[in-house]
Design a protein around this ligand. Sequence first.
Ligand code: THU
Length: 146
Amino acid sequence: MTNKDLVEDIPVKELIRSAAEARKKAYAPYSGYMVGAAVLTNELRIYTGCNIENASYTPSICAERTAISKAVSEGRRGFKAIAIVGSPKGELISQYSFPCGVCRQVMREFADPESFIVIVARGEQDYKLFRLSELLPESFGPDNLR
Ligand code: THU
């Protein structure tokens, strides 16, 4: 399967643009690492988020979970894709910023790991695509508890 087949109905560039815009709002005074995320719901709505750090460190939240929490709290529970843009403050975006393990598990809660697409991007024309099942193989999810 080609990348094109993977993302047929996903507005990849719009998601990357939205994530890059959200990254500008990152509150990261401790790490200096700024992340933006944009998640696409099954209804084709986009919710964005940034990382929000805290002086007490552990209450910090990642961009991906901010975006997903916003969407879920607005009643959205099914997702098709997420785009992530991250890099240190003040630098050109020179790296692909992958979701941490906790964020992968949160995606797993609300998405089908075989079809949900994770987009890590350095720009609108420069990105990599993964199925969630590649990034979180053999996962534990809601079905285990049914
Ligand atoms: N961060 C994210 O926002 N998403 C990730 O998936 C990895 C890490 C944030 C958390 C923290 O504010 C900063 O990047 C450095 O870890």
